[in-house]
Design a protein around this ligand. Structure first.
Ligand code: ATP
Ligand code: MG
Length: 256
């Protein structure tokens, strides 16, 4: 197929921000990573896979999602793609009920969508995923897998869901080579930092199969809680470290 030829010239990285649980920071982290990368001059595509389109909303994208665009026979990306300088925002869904929709229309358009993404000349794609998506049965992952580029994964977990997150990450072993586990100190149990560090230590030590290249604890940060990461003036040292690990593929334990 002709569009496959385009892909060979693509030189970008795709970062999947994943988690088995809701409200553990996927959107906050995705937006932070996308914003910081774009501030360093990288061309970044933030893909909002959330059926509530929360990240898009925060970035001021209130228009149609890709699925609805395709359903209405509108040109691809005419409404679903917006940009703020070199940060591009692709919203997939227009409302939460899209979760129950038939995706065959989107499947038929995959070559065209992939081709359009490939032609954008992106440095990074950041996928803000919805809860618990799996590599084999998700239409968006299917689409991104068509891009013959490196995939990296940030697995977000709170302290309670670490074991489920480990099981979840195992399901991604073949699809993602470089993986980071983040134990994020989100409410309602943000305070027990020493316990989180102990858990991270143990996961990293037990990590014989090298499931995770890097394990990180991110402490609770009041400013992050208020969605300040989106303002260009907010910086979080720990998130910057994670970002630099994503870029440089570090192998380490980061707990203090
Ligand atoms: N380290 C942190 N410190 C303080 N607040 C945090 C931290 N991480 C995330 N939060 C807050 O937790 C809440 C949930 O985060 P977010 O919406 O990013 O999670 P999510 O995984 O995208 O949720 P959903 O599953 O609903 O999409 C937000 O209010 C966010 O600001
Ligand atoms: Mg979210």
């Amino acid at each position: 197929m002709q569009w496959r030829r385009v892909l060979r010239f693509v030189n970008m990285e795709v970062v999947y921000v994943l988690g088995v649980k809701g409200g553990i920071g996927k959107t906050t982290f995705s937006l932070y990573f996308a914003n910081q990368l774009s501030l360093t001059g990288k061309k970044v595509l933030y893909i909002d896979h959330d059926y509530f389109s929360f990240g898009s909303l925060i970035l001021g994208h209130n228009d149609l999602g890709l699925l609805e665009e395709i359903e209405n026979n509108l040109p691809i990306f005419s409404r679903s793609l917006k940009n703020i300088n070199n940060l591009y925002i692709l919203k997939l869904f227009s409302n939460p009920l899209d979760a129950n929709k038939d995706y065959s229309l989107l499947s038929n358009s995959i070559p065209q969508v992939v081709n359009s993404i490939a032609k954008m000349g992106l440095d990074y794609v950041i996928l803000d995923s919805s809860v618990g998506i799996l590599p084999d049965n998700d239409i968006v992952i299917g689409l991104l897998e068509e891009l013959d580029v490196e995939k990296k994964g940030v697995f977000l977990s709170d302290m309670l869901s670490v074991n489920s997150t480990i099981k979840y990450a195992k399901l991604w072993e073949n699809a993602i080579k470089y993986k980071i586990l983040v134990i994020n100190m989100v409410p309602p149990i943000p305070e027990d930092l020493s316990e989180a560090m102990k858990i991270a230590n143990k996961v990293y030590d037990d990590n014989n199969s090298k499931l995770f290249n890097t394990v990180v604890v991110v402490p609770f940060d009041e400013k992050m809680y208020n969605y300040k990461p989106l303002g260009n003036e907010y910086e979080n040292e720990r998130l910057n470290t994670i970002l630099s690990c994503i870029v440089n593929r570090c192998n380490t334990l980061i707990i203090n």
